[in-house]
Every structure is written in structure tokens, then in C-alpha cells.
Design a protein around this ligand. Structure first.
Ligand code: PFF
Length: 438
């Protein structure tokens, strides 16, 4: 049997994970979730969820992956727990489901790269979004985004992804920082900061039934958890690296980008007088497009900004597709290209309703993030905390040079706080879930 691949460098693994984590979730989803869930109150719960739930859960996925060194379903065979394979299966299904609408938004981004170059949206940023976000154009661009994703996965991505993320991650930071600095100069933007930064604690308490599941779902989604991506990526680590440090770096970086996006979007929205509560999935597109229309070199900046969003979206989309592809290739001896193309075709069809009607996209997103994802994450937490137990502890300690106490804290937090919080999220999400918009 040939030797299994591993990451070329530790940095390669970290950057690939960051590449998966940093995506539309940070730049597109986080701002409008914040807007819909009470502003700063949501941000506080989100940040707490990243630290208290996201980070331990990220480590839990790493532990399964590095221990088993195989794809996310077969991993449970390797760990002699066949019955738990269903967790990997739910995760892979959830990722598949998510990619179908993620690609539609990716299509919008492609359209905005083009629209920036031609200046198409400068006259009417609001109207432009309404026109391009649904209908045949949206379907065509969804197809284009999916084709690019399939193309990269089909041709193999190791070199491509590692190299691309090295360029992509710094450019996102630089551009976002630049836009955030510009946002400070906007008249009327102050209200945006207040909305984003001054939490009303009573609002959290009063609305916890919606704020908590939304914030936990966002924290998990943003860290690419629940969809077996981190299990898969960690299966290529090989060495005795310090998973704790890697996990903290990835989570910190990812959160930084999300918060930075908030610093861009909210001042822009308030300065333009857009009603944030109504902004919905169009928020980031409308607000950034509006601001770009007033900037010198707006077209060029637009191409660069949406170009970077596109790369971020692609490196996340690739990770979602790669998980499914590698499972099929490992187990069914179906060629990589054929698998990627076939899956891409099915994904395209599943995504068509989201491209025709934004209400469908919202529903797909809600089912993925508020339901499938917490269920899969609950399975992972339960499995690592209570089923693997001591083995998980051994695994997380490998490469840490001790860290006895921290590892115990991690295990016990998984067994208690994280388990209860994710369980509660599943329960509250079930209550909140709406019927499909038929
Ligand atoms: N974390 C990605 C984002 O924030 O856009 C989305 C994502 C990618 C979620 C891969 C889950 C995943 F497995």
C-alpha cells in the first residue's frame, strides 16, 4: 500500500484550515446574522461560543482525524467504533447540502467582481443586488462557481491550495483592514459601531432562544466544524504537532476576520441609512458596493475586494467538496475526476432553488447551520468526550510536551459544558426551524 499523504509543513496545515474556515461565513454571513440577532448582543454570545464551544469542538475533530488518519467515515472503523460512523455520514451530507447554496453566493461574488470592473452597480447598489441575486443569471453564475470548484478538486489541490492560501490569507487581512480604516472616516458610521460594539445584555437574556442557537451555529459554521472538514484535514497531519496551539491560532485568526468584516459592514450600512434589520443575505453586497461607489478607484478596489472574497469562498467550497470526494475515492474506486464532476452536477441541481429564490437559500442555510451542523457537532463531542475518553486525552497530549491540566480541562469541558450547550442548541434550533418556503 502506498504511503498516505501528509501536509508538507505545519504551516501548510494551518493555512489550509484557515482557508477553509475563512470564507463567506465570516464576510457574508456574520454581518447579517449580527444584524438580525440584535447587534452587539449577538457578537458577545458569538465570541463566547467560539471560545467555550468552538475551540474544544475543533480540537475534538482534530483528535479524531489525527488518531484515525483516514477519511471522516472510515475513521470510526479505524477507532473500532463502527456504530458511530453515522456522525461522519451526517457531517458529509451536511457539507454537501451546504455547498449547494454556498455556490449560489459564490456566483453572486463572481458577478460582483465583474460588476465592479464595469461599474454596473455604482448607480444603484440596492437594485443591482435584487436583480442579480435570483433568476437565470444567478443560476448561470452558480454553475460557473461550481464548475471552478469541481475543476480545482478534480485536478488535485494540494499544491494549489497551499500556495493560494499563502497569498490569499494576507490579502484578506490587508484589504479588510484598509476598508475598516476607510469606514472610520464615514460620516454617520458611528451608529454602526455602537450597534456592533455596545451589547444590550438584557436583549441576550430576553431573546436567548433565538440568539444562542444563532450564535453557536455561526461559531461552529465559521470554524468549519460539523461537516467533517477538520477531521479530514487533521488526518493528514502525521506528526506530533501541538494541536492545541494550532487550534487556538486557527480560531483566533478566523474570529479576527469575522469581527473585522463587522467593522467594515456596519459603519457602511449605517452611513448609507440602510435598515440593518432588513439587510438579510444582501447586506454585505449592498453596503460594500455602496461604499465602493464613492471611493476613488472604486472599480479597481471592487475587483480586488470581491476577488479576495471569491478566493476565500473557493477555498472553503473546495474543502467541502474534497471531503465527499475523498470518501468516495477511498472507498469506491471511482476516479477523482469522475467523482468530482458527478457530485458537482448533483450539487448544481440541488442549488437551483436557492438561485431562483432567496427565501430558499435562507431556508437551506438555516437547516444546514441551525440543524444539521449542531447535530453532527453534538455527535463528535459526545464521541470524543465520552466514547474515546482516555484515548482522546492521549491523542491531544501528543506533541504538547505535557499540558496535563489543560488537556483535562478540555476533556471535561467537552463532557459537560460543550455537550450541554450544543445539545441545547440542537433543541432550540428544532423549535425555531421553519417549514420550507413552498
Ligand atoms: N467556514 C466556512 C465559512 O465561514 O465560510 C464555511 C464552511 C466551510 C463551513 C467548510 C463548514 C465547512 F466544513
Amino acid at each position: 500500500m502506498s504511503e498516505r499523504e501528509t501536509w508538507a509543513t505545519r504551516l501548510g496545515f494551518i493555512l489550509a484550515s484557515v482557508g477553509s474556515a475563512v470564507g463567506l461565513g465570516n464576510i457574508w454571513r456574520f454581518p447579517f446574522q449580527t444584524a438580525e440577532n440584535g447587534g452587539a448582543a449577538f457578537v458577545v454570545v458569538y465570541l463566547a461560543a467560539v471560545v467555550i464551544i468552538g475551540l474544544p469542538a475543533l480540537l475534538a475533530e482534530f483528535v479524531i482525524g489525527r488518531r484515525a488518519e483516514v477519511n471522516a467515515i472510515t475513521a470510526f472503523d479505524r477507532l473500532d467504533r463502527q456504530n458511530w460512523k453515522v456522525i461522519g455520514a451526517i457531517g458529509i451530507f451536511a457539507g454537501f447540502w451546504t455547498l449547494s447554496y454556498y455556490s449560489v453566493i459564490g456566483g453572486w461574488v463572481i458577478r460582483y467582481v465583474y460588476g465592479s470592473a464595469t461599474g454596473a452597480y455604482f448607480g444603484s447598489p440596492d437594485g443591482y443586488f435584487g436583480t442579480i441575486s435570483t433568476g437565470l443569471d444567478a443560476v448561470a453564475l452558480h454553475l460557473l462557481f461550481m464548475t471552478v470548484t469541481v475543476g480545482i478538486v478534480a485536478f488535485g489541490i494540494e499544491d494549489g491550495i497551499e500556495k493560494a492560501t499563502k497569498l490569499m490569507v494576507p490579502s484578506i487581512v490587508v484589504l479588510m483592514l484598509g476598508l475598516a480604516v476607510y469606514a472610520v472616516t464615514l460620516p454617520g458610521g458611528g451608529e454602526g459601531y455602537a450597534f456592533f460594539l455596545s451589547p444590550d445584555v438584557s436583549a441576550i437574556v430576553a431573546n436567548y432562544r433565538s440568539v444562542v442557537p444563532a450564535a453557536v451555529g455561526q461559531a461552529l459554521f465559521s470554524l468549519s466544524l460539523g461537516f467533517s472538514v477538520m477531521i479530514t484535514y487533521a488526518s493528514y497531519i502525521g506528526d506530533d504537532e501541538n494541536l492545541g496551539i494550532d487550534g487556538v491560532s486557527i480560531a483566533a485568526f478566523n474570529t479576527f476576520i469575522g469581527v473585522l468584516a463587522g467593522f467594515v459592514v456596519f459603519p457602511f450600512l449605517f452611513a448609507q441609512g440602510v435598515d440593518v434589520g432588513d439587510a438579510g443575505p444582501g447586506a454585505v453586497f449592498v453596503s460594500v458596493a455602496t461604499a465602493l461607489g464613492q471611493l476613488p478607484f472604486g472599480r479597481l478596489l471592487g475587483v480586488v475586494f470581491f476577488g479576495v472574497v471569491l478566493i476565500a469562498a473557493l477555498s472553503s467550497a473546495i474543502s467541502l467538496l474534497e471531503v465527499v470526494v475523498s470518501y468516495v475515492v477511498d472507498n469506491y474506486r471511482f476516479g477523482r475526476t469522475r467523482t468530482a464532476v458527478t457530485l458537482g452536477a448533483v450539487l448544481f441541481v440541488v442549488g437551483v432553488p436557492s438561485a431562483m429564490e432567496t427565501a430558499w437559500l435562507g431556508w437551506f442555510d438555516a437547516v444546514a447551520v441551525n440543524l444539521l451542523l449542531p447535530i453532527a457537532a453534538l455527535g463528535v463531542v459526545l464521541f470524543v468526550g465520552w466514547v474515546m475518553g482516555g484515548d482522546a486525552l492521549d491523542e491531544v497530549r501528543r506533541g504538547t510536551g505535557g499540558a496535563e491540566t489543560l488537556s483535562m480541562v478540555w476533556l471535561w469541558s467537552l463532557r459537560t459544558v460543550v455537550l450541554v450547550a450544543v445539545g441545547l442548541t440542537v433543541y432550540l434550533s428544532l423549535l425555531k426551524l421553519s417549514a420550507p418556503p413552498l
